[in-house]
Design a protein around this ligand. Sequence first.
Ligand code: SAH
Length: 214
Amino acid sequence: MQDTFKHKGMRRQLINELREKGIENEQILEAFDAIPRHFFLDLVFEQQAYSNQAFQIGAGQTISHPYTVAFQTHLLELKKGEKVLEIGTGSGFQTCILCKLGAKVFSIERQRELFLKAKKIIEHFNFNPRLVYGDGYAGLPLLAPFDKVLVTCGAPEVPAALIDQLKEGGIMVIPVGEGKDQVMLKIKKLPDGEVDIQQYGVFSFVPMLENKVK
Ligand code: SAH
């Protein structure tokens, strides 16, 4: 896969669009500049890879809109070296953005086809995330706790196991809601086991499915 001047130019335009939509964090924008999104898409989508759209990535799943990736990443308040659990590796694009920002990433995918595909693409980069084939509802208890948890599929409710695996003071970003629309939640785990929940608008994700590892 090649990353040409044309791709780089289209990427700059996307970054301007993200900036206009309110993404101001320069590190996040730099990560978008560094990770060629077209690497994660089928060749037929190459020319559209830098438009703010979701595309089919196989197994009936989609890569998230660039704005959604940027916005969820912004809500995470990521610091270098933090341990992040991602649920829904999908194409692997968001995984690479988190790696580029210096996170230690653990990512779970329940579709074997996508797990294998993402693994191969991520090998192009010098990142070393831990990719796991499994059910994100269970999280990764043996590798917990995590500073941050990022769910990139629409969850019918907040999985208790994922709250358990969050550090005190940690943040989980999760779109919650059944059907087509989800409300983006930022959940902060407070010292006494309580949580603080804030809402950040309506988004549309593929569903988070339970006990159906394929
Ligand atoms: N971050 C990805 C988003 C892909 S869409 C990207 O930008 O490409 C969401 C992904 O979540 C899909 O690949 C879907 O298979 C996966 N998913 C759904 N339910 C899951 C579960 N219970 N455990 C792990 N992954 C799940």
